[in-house]
Design a protein around this ligand. Structure first.
Ligand code: SF4
Length: 590
C-alpha cells in the first residue's frame, strides 16, 4: 500500500489518544500542526519529543486535522503506526496468493459473536484470518499487545471454536517494521493472551508473524518472522540477536578486546579467572610490556613471573601459563594452537578458557561457559538444576553450540560474559530493565531472579591459625621461600609459628633459635581467604640485635626490605605484615 503526499515533521507531544502536536515545515515556514494519530495504542516508546514522523494528508474525512500521523523513526528503524495499514497489506498479500493460490477474499467476516478481518475460500478450503498490527519492539523482539486487549483475547478464543468446527484458522501478526528477529506475545502486558495463543496453536490455529518493508510513503508485507509461543522451550534459540545488538551498543572497551591476538586473549582470560576486570587491567598491560609473546613467557625466570603476578592471587595460574608456553614452544613452534581440543591439552586451560580462545581469537564456533554464563542462563530459563554439577555445564555447552551465530562466535561468548558482569549481576537484584532479554527471561517474568542459579552448598573452608614474625635486625629482615608445590608455591613469606602464640611463647621460640629480642611489638590480626581455606593470623614485629644465629636455617634469606619489593614476590596474604617493613605487595604497587 502507498500513501500520497507524505510530509515530514518532528513529534512534539500527544495531546490525547487521537491527537498529537507536530512541528512541520522549515525555516520561516515552520509551524505547529495538530495531527490525527492513526493508532490508539500507547506507542510510548515511539512518540518521543523530537522523533522524526511522517504525515499523510487526510482526504475528505471531515476531521478538523489536516494530516494523519502514519510512521515514526525509531533509531535506524522506520515504524509504521497506521492501525489500518496491516489489514490493507494483508489484503494485498492474500489477493496476490500469499496464503493460498486463487483465493476468494472477503474482508470483515462474521463468525459467532466475532467479526474477523478476513474470510478466504480456495477450493474446499474455508479460512478465517485475524490480523494484528505490531508496533512494539524491544531489542529486536516484536511484542503484542502494548496494552491489554480484551478484543484480541476474544478473537483468539473464537478462532479455537471455529477451528473445531472445521475452519482453517490463522492469526497473522503484522510487524510494522523491519529488523525484528522474532515475535512473542507480551506476557507483561497480557499473560492471558499468551496462554490463549498457545492453546490456539495446540487446537490447530496457525500463528504467523510477518515483518514489513516500511517506507515513508508505503508499506508492504515482507518476510515471515519466527514466532515464540513457548518461551521456556524456545527462548534459548532467540537470544543471539538481542544479545549481540546490546553488546554492540554497550560493551566495555578493554585492552585485550581491542587487539584479540591468541596470546593476549589467553593471558587475559587466565588473569580474569577469579579476578575483577578493573583489577586485571594494570596487570595485563604490565605483563604484556614485559612478556609480550609466548617465547618471552616460556623463558621468563620464575621469580620475575611471580613478581608480575604478585597481588593477583592464585599463583598456580602463572606457573601453569609458563608450563603451557613451554609446551607451545616445543610442540607448536611457538604458535598457539587454534583448535579447541588442542587448547584443552595445554596446562591450565579448561573447557571455558579453550572455548574463549578458540572463539575470540580463532573464530571457532565453540561456547565458553563459566559461572557467569551459568547464572545468566539459569535465570533466563528458570533452570533449577545445580550449576555445580558438571553435567549441567556440559548440557549448556551443547545447547549454546546449537544457537551461537557462526559468523560471530567470539562476540557471542564475550557478550554473554559481559551480560553476566554488567547486567545480570550475582549479588543483589540484577538490572533487568537494562537487559536485552528483559521480555523473554523467565526469572524476570516471574520475579524469581534471586532464586537462581541453584547450587549445592560448598564445603566449608578449613581454618588455619598462624603467628607471623616480622624479624629484623638493624639492616635486614628474614623471609623464606615457600615450597615449590601447593598453596602460594614458590612465593616468599615471613617465618611463622602454628597457632596464635602469646608474647611469652614467641620469646621462648626466639630464645630457642639463639635470638635476642631488643624490642617486640604485637601487630594487628589479619585474615586471608583462599578458595578452600582461611588463614587467621596474628603477628609480632621483633627487632633483634642480630639475625646471624639463624644462618643455620638454610631456608631463610636475610634481605633488605627495598630489595624484597623488587625481587621477592610476597603474596598479598601477608600485606598487613609486609607493611611494617614498608614493603608493598602486588596490588598496592599498582
Ligand atoms: S532479565 Fe534480569 S534475570 Fe533475566 S537474564 Fe536479564 S538481567 Fe538476568
Amino acid at each position: 500500500m502507498r500513501y500520497a503526499g507524505i510530509i515530514q515533521g518532528r513529534f512534539i507531544e500527544r495531546i490525547n489518544r487521537f491527537i498529537a502536536r507536530v512541528e512541520v515545515g522549515s525555516g520561516p515556514g515552520t509551524h505547529r500542526e495538530e495531527v490525527h494519530v492513526k493508532n490508539t495504542g500507547r506507542c510510548s516508546e515511539l512518540f518521543l519529543p523530537g522523533a522524526e514522523v511522517f504525515l499523510c494528508p487526510q482526504g475528505g474525512t471531515g476531521r478538523r486535522t489536516a494530516y494523519d500521523l502514519v510512521a515514526v523513526r525509531k533509531g535506524e528503524m522506520l515504524v509504521n503506526v497506521d492501525s489500518q495499514a496491516p489489514n490493507a497489506v494483508v489484503r494485498e498479500w492474500l489477493e496476490a496468493g500469499g496464503l493460498v493460490s486463487a483465493p476468494f477474499v472477503r474482508p470483515e467476516a462474521t463468525y459467532g459473536n466475532s467479526r474477523f478481518d478476513f474470510y478466504v475460500e480456495a477450493g474446499e478450503r474455508r479460512i478465517l484470518l485475524e490480523v494484528k498490527g505490531v508496533t512494539l519492539e524491544r531489542q529486536h523482539i516484536a511484542l503484542f499487545p502494548d496494552a491489554p486487549s480484551e478484543r484480541a483475547l476474544k478473537h483468539v478464543q473464537e478462532l479455537i471454536r471455529a477451528r473445531r468446527e472445521g475452519y482453517e484458522c490463522f492469526v497473522l501478526f503484522v510487524i510494522q517494521m523491519k529488523g525484528a528477529s522474532c515475535f512473542t506475545p507480551n506476557r507483561y502486558a497480557q499473560p492471558m493472551l499468551a496462554e490463549a495463543l498457545s492453546q490456539a496453536e495446540q487446537a490447530g490455529v496457525r500463528i504467523l508473524a510477518y515483518d514489513c518493508q516500511v517506507d515513508a510513503d508505503g508499506l508492504r508485507l515482507d518476510k515471515p518472522v519466527p514466532v515464540m509461543l513457548d518461551v521456556e522451550k524456545q527462548a534459548l534459540s532467540h537470544i543471539a540477536v538481542p544479545l549481540l545488538s546490546w553488546y554492540d551498543r554497550c560493551r566495555r572497551r578493554l585492552p585485550w578486546r581491542e587487539q584479540p591476538t591468541p596470546y593476549r586473549v589467553w593471558i587475559s582470560e587466565i588473569m580474569l579467572q577469579q579476578t575483577r576486570v578493573e583489577a586485571v587491567k594494570p596487570y595485563f598491560e604490565r605483563f604484556m610490556d614485559r612478556l609480550p609473546d609466548v617465547e618471552a613467557l616460556a623463558k621468563a625466570p620464575e621469580d620475575e613471573l611471580l613478581k608480575l603476578w604478585e597481588g593477583l592471587g592464585y599463583y598456580s595460574r602463572a606457573r601453569n601459563l609458563q608450563s603451557a608456553a613451554r609446551q607451545i614452544m616445543e610442540e607448536y613452534q611457538g604458535q598457539m594452537p587454534s583448535e579447541y581440543g588442542e587448547l584443552l591439552r595445554l596446562k591450565g586451560i579448561g573447557s571455558y578458557t579453550a572455548g574463549a580462545i578458540a572463539s575470540i581469537a580463532f573464530h571457532r564456533a565453540v561456547p565458553a561457559v563459566d559461572g557467569n554464563v551459568l547464572r545468566v542462563i539459569s535465570r533466563l530459563l528458570e533452570d533449577g538444576e545445580d550449576i555445580m554439577n558438571p553435567s549441567v555445564r556440559n548440557g549448556l555447552e551443547k545447547a549454546l553450540s546449537g544457537v551461537m551465530p557462526k559468523d560471530r562466535p567470539g562476540d557471542f561468548n564475550q557478550a554473554l560474559m559481559e551480560l553476566g558482569a554488567m547486567v545480570c549481576l550475582p549479588n543483589g537484584r540484577p538490572k533487568c530493565d537494562q537487559c536485552p532479554w528483559e521480555m523473554i527471561c523467565q526469572a524476570n517474568l516471574h520475579g524469581t531472579q534471586e532464586e537462581f542459579p541453584r547450587r549445592s552448598k560448598k564445603k566449608a573452608r578449613t581454618i588455619e591459625e598462624k603467628t607471623i614474625l616480622v624479624l629484623q635486625d638493624a639492616q635486614r629482615a628474614a623471609i623464606r621461600k615457600r615450597p615449590s608445590g601447593g598453596l602460594l608455591a614458590g612465593m616468599y613469606e615471613f617465618p611463622s609459628l602454628e597457632g596464635h602464640a602469646s608474647r611469652e611463647e614467641v620469646l621462648a621460640w626466639l630464645k630457642a633459635h639463639g635470638l635476642h629480642a631488643v624490642r617486640i611489638r604485637e601487630l594487628p590480626a589479619s585474615r586471608h581467604i583462599f578458595t578452600h581455606k582461611e588463614w587467621h593470623m596474628t603477628g609480632y614485629s621483633v627487632l633483634v640485635d642480630e639475625l646471624e644465629p639463624m644462618r643455620a636455617d638454610r631456608t631463610l634469606l636475610f634481605v633488605r626490605p627495598q630489595e624484597t619489593e623488587e625481587k621477592y614476590p610476597i603474596p598479598s596474604a601477608f600485606a598487613v605484615y609486609a607493611g611494617y617493613l614498608h614493603i608493598r605487595t602486588g596490588k598496592e604497587r599498582m
